[in-house]
Design a protein around this ligand. Structure first.
Ligand code: PEP
Ligand code: MN
Length: 362
């Protein structure tokens, strides 16, 4: 039995100050220099309320030779920023010695990055270091869309006696990154919330979008889905950032984005159940449309292969097998069989059209 359970998780408002009801954590991807961090922190905290400042001290880099963060040298300036702004500081920990350093330097919050959550050995070692300290922990989703790994990391932190935990949805790494850096797969954080109703879930639009243009849409979707806040990367001069420069925004832009999202929520009047529910429907529709586009792209690919192999486009055996699977799964989900049959027919017809339409492609 873990020391603590889902029922012990504290609401975010119990330990962080919220901005208009949401958690707002902002700061640069990496601490680069005293001047860069102090200037960013000053601008972020003078522009409006934020709950905490994020600061990447050790950076997990895919390729050798990239900027790996300034390491422990960052701590004096983090201390100075805390003294000047009074805002709690959050730092990523990826190894036990990172967690030890954060505890030694009185860091307020630590977070597990996506490359750490994916590794239960490492999560456990970090949990052992923080055991009994109660330091708050943000747990990002793992790089792969594996809900059990995310849940397991949260359980290991709970087991270390920490009740101040927030799950961070930062999307899932993919090769299919035309529109965004990490696929949001919104159904996964929603499922996490269903399994652990006490857990606050916030969204990291910076790492989902991977670019500035995509941020607003992701923030709106996250808040529309009732996520409890945002963690966003902000740098006083984003274009010069040593890491993730494409996705960082200036503190002014950050506040504008959040103010717009707040206005959007207000205008929608989420206190009215109808508006909140419609917002959820709109978000599910967006997810379904994106999935449909992906499904038909695969249909085209299948069409190409069938033509190359000289196979016929319509294959009744496969069609029957798919129909059987659909009816069984849909039945378990409580969907009406008549509706399921009609929907599958429409999808199948369109899929055939996609497979035939690319007839002349090489
Ligand atoms: C980060 O927050 O800068 C980071 C490395 O994020 P992630 O772990 O989500 O990739
Ligand atoms: Mn980053």
């Amino acid at each position: 039995m873990p020391a603590l359970s889902n029922a012990d998780i504290m609401p975010a408002s119990g330990w962080l100050s919220l901005r208009n009801g949401i958690v707002l954590i902002a700061g640069p991807c990496s601490v680069e220099s005293r001047h860069q961090f102090m200037e960013t922190a000053k601008q972020l905290t003078s522009g409006g309320k934020i709950s905490a400042l994020r600061a990447g001290v050790w950076k997990p880099r895919s390729r050798l030779g990239e900027f790996e963060g300034v390491g422990e040298k960052a701590f004096p300036c983090l201390k100075e920023a805390k003294e000047k702004t009074g805002i709690p500081l959050a730092v990523e920990v990826a190894r036990p010695r990172h967690a030890e350093a954060c505890l030694r330097h009185d860091i307020d919050i630590v977070w597990l990055g996506a490359r750490t959550t994916v590794n239960p050995f490492m999560v456990q070692e970090i949990a052992n270091v923080i055991r009994g300290t109660g330091i708050p922990v943000l747990v990002k989703n793992p790089v792969s869309p594996d809900l059990r790994l995310w849940l397991g990391a949260i359980e290991r932190i709970l087991d270390a006696g920490t009740s101040r935990i927030i799950a961070v949805h930062r999307g899932f790494n993919t090769h299919d990154n035309k529109n965004c850096r990490n696929l949001p797969l919104w159904e996964i954080p929603l499922e996490l919330k269903k399994i652990m109703p006490g857990i606050p879930v916030i969204c990291d639009p910076s790492h989902i979008a991977g670019n500035r243009e995509g941020l607003a849409g992701i923030i709106h979707t996250a808040l529309g889905l009732d996520m409890e806040g945002i963690i966003i990367e902000s740098h006083y001069r984003p274009d010069t950032a040593l890491t993730d420069s494409f996705q960082q925004v200036s503190p002014v832009e950050m506040h504008t984005l959040i103010t717009k999202a707040e206005a959007f929520r207000e205008q929608k009047d989420f206190s009215q159940p109808l508006e909140a529910l419609r917002e959820r429907i709109d978000n599910f529709d967006n997810i379904m449309l994106e999935l449909l586009a992906k499904r038909f792209a695969v249909s085209s690919e299948i069409g190409r292969i069938k033509r190359k192999n000289g196979e016929s486009i319509v294959q009744p055996q496969r069609q029957q097998a798919v129909q059987k699977e659909w009816m069984q799964k849909a039945g378990k989900l409580g969907l009406d069989p008549l509706f399921t049959g009609k929907l599958l027919q429409i999808l199948h017809d369109e899929s055939v059209r996609y497979q035939q339409e690319n007839k002349n492609e090489k």
